[in-house]
Design a protein around this ligand. Structure first.
Ligand SMILES: Nc1ncnc2c1ncn2[C@@H]1O[C@H](COP(=O)(O)OP(=O)(O)OP(=O)(O)O)[C@@H](O)[C@H]1O
Ligand SMILES: [Mg+2]
Length: 236
């Protein structure tokens, strides 16, 4: 459903992505791993049109999208939950979730049904609808950022380092949520992670970015057994 072919991305004169190709199939969870500065976020922001590739092509559901503005790409159903969980601190959980569905102009009834179906995946949020976003724990804020993204009715969900800065037990919860979204709502997901071992555990395909290049790619279970990947990314 998403097909990226040989894209090159520059910031000014500095090249950040080199001939990157990547594919996401219906219902798949794909991980993109790589160390700081590898180009993971650049790749995500290029998919949603915030950076324009200097060459190559991005196709989403058979349509070329790399020449389209961000709002149009989002409208087609590519929803990006950026790094650092940018939720609204001064709005309640319920209001934050509402913001996620804002551009869809739903009837109150439809909205209530959508919110209900999203909240079913996030029991922790359901108990905290009237709490201010800024007073949530880090893990709850991450859940809220994802829930808000889901309210945009994604056909493809892209999550940028959802485990960043969270304690291991909370990371487990967030990863369970990601698996559930894929299973229950049948949404394909791109998961950007530095936590390579956990990401490879829940994804079918993995791409490894190194200084803007796809250094390795393949089924996650196979890559997880490769000596190079083990040494460089799994700490064994
Ligand atoms: N707006 C920008 N202007 C100039 N250079 C940028 C910009 N954004 C990113 N870069 C550079 O592009 C390269 C890739 O950065 P990017 O943020 O994509 O990496 P990343 O893999 O997401 O890293 P991290 O794991 O730290 O989030 C880096 O060298 C970075 O300094
Ligand atoms: Mg990043």
């Amino acid at each position: 459903m998403l097909e990226i072919k040989n894209i090159n991305v520059f910031y000014g004169k500095v090249q950040a992505l080199f001939n990157v190709s990547l594919e996401v199939k219906e219902n798949q969870i794909v991980s993109i791993i790589g160390s700081n500065g590898a180009g993971k976020t650049t790749l995500m922001s290029t998919i949603v049109g915030l950076n324009k590739p200097a060459g190559g092509e991005i196709k989403f559901m058979e349509e070329t999208i790399n020449n389209q503005p961000t709002h149009k790409i989002i409208k087609k159903g590519i929803i990006y939950v950026p790094e650092g969980r940018r939720i609204f601190y001064d709005l309640t959980v319920a209001e934050n979730i509402e913001m996620g569905g804002y551009s869809r102009k739903m009837s109150p009834k439809r909205y209530a049904e959508e919110a209900e179906s999203v909240l079913a995946i996030f029991p922790r949020l359901k108990e905290r609808l009237n709490q201010l976003g800024g007073t949530l724990s880090g893990g709850e804020q991450q859940m809220l950022a994802i829930a808000r993204g889901l309210m945009g009715n994604p056909k493809l969900l892209m999550l940028d380092e959802p485990s960043l800065g969270l304690a291991p037990v909370i990371v487990d919860e967030v990863f369970d949520v990601i698996v559930n979204i894929n299973k229950i709502k049948k949404i394909p997901i791109i998961l950007v992670e530095q936590n390579a071992s956990m990401a490879m555990n829940i994804t079918s395909m993995t791409y490894v970015l190194e200084v803007g290049n796809v250094k390795y790619q393949g089924p996650s279970s196979e890559l997880a057994e490769s000596p190079e990947i083990k040494k460089a990314y799994l700490g064994v």
